[in-house]
Design a protein around this ligand. Sequence first.
Ligand SMILES: C[S@@+](CC[C@H](N)C(=O)[O-])C[C@H]1O[C@@H](n2cnc3c(N)ncnc32)[C@H](O)[C@@H]1O
Length: 258
Amino acid sequence: MDGSTRLIESGEDVLLYMNERKSWIVKVEPEKKFHSHKGIVDLGELVGKPYGYEVKTTLGATLKAMPADYLDHLERIARRTQVIYPKDMAYIALMGNVRSGSIVLECGTGSGALTSYLAGLVRPNGKVITYEIREEFQANARKNLERLGLMDSIEMKLKDITGGIDEKSLDAVVLDMATPWLVIGTVYDALRTGGRVVSFSPTINQIEKTVDEMQKTGFVSIKTVELIMRTYKVKVNETRPDMIMVGHTGYIVSARKC
Ligand SMILES: C[S@@+](CC[C@H](N)C(=O)[O-])C[C@H]1O[C@@H](n2cnc3c(N)ncnc32)[C@H](O)[C@@H]1O
């Protein structure tokens, strides 16, 4: 059965879509009501209906029920820290050669945005071990990752990575932390030969120190990039780049243990 005919089951996360600016993820259950400024929806009405079903709120707004997917959840992740942008996530994962079955160490967990993307890639037999130094950030990230149903592929550790890495023979290490240069030697020891490290930093000063350490440690294939993404307004005879863009996120260094 395809997405347009699959029936909505009790307990599923459903996206109630009104327009590009307004949509909500709700867990559908009988007897449950969803309240918003657009009125109330009886969620029980959705159980057993096909995806694509249109439900009316008590104030007359029409909401279309779609299966909530990973991107819907990622956009709504509860942020207690800066999170990695989607454009950077995809490149970080590629340069870390993160694939199904990979064993990956990540530091820090932050809000768990990057953790969630990596966990989706390593499933079903791989694992993401993620270190975070601050308990309140870890607790928030845990809630985000539980909501996404990814905890089977994640091990969370409350741990300062500068105190050492417990794991050995890792396929990849991914760093998004303020002082990555302090752990490059430790990361080298924890990787398997041929394993990869990828580090994200918002400033070029951090990158200089990190690359310097990588060179001294013996990493090879050291590459630094910045990804700039421009979005477009597309309309016949009026297509042009959007006026406002995200000007800067950060730089990404990748390298390999030889
Ligand atoms: C920018 S956030 C990471 C955001 C994350 N990549 C995401 O997408 O949600 C950086 C995190 O690294 C953590 N951190 C910094 N230094 C650390 C260390 N030495 N050991 C473990 N975690 C550390 C911080 O507490 C913070 O939560």
